[in-house]
Design a protein. Structure first.
Length: 75
């Protein structure tokens, strides 16, 4: 269960990552963001960004070219 959903389907790199960063900036610690993207670069870019951030990747999956990430906003 996520608190917010960001549908970045159809957006090309680096827009899914940029929109994810902007959305997380407006969230409170502990809130969860679900990101849906269709750009294959997102499968690499979003987890790499999260490793360097205060946020945590809770879950990620790929189905039929749709990449789904659940991210917990860090403090």
């Amino acid at each position: 269960m996520s608190d917010r959903t960001l549908d970045a389907s159809g957006l090309r790199c680096p827009m899914p990552l940029l929109k994810t960063k902007l959305e997380l900036n407006g969230m409170s610690p502990g809130e969860k963001l679900e990101v849906i993207a269709t750009d294959a670069g997102s499968a690499r870019d979003i987890p790499a960004f999260l490793e360097l951030s205060r946020h945590r990747l809770v879950n990620s999956s790929e189905t039929d070219g749709h990449y789904r990430f659940v991210i917990e906003c860090g403090g």
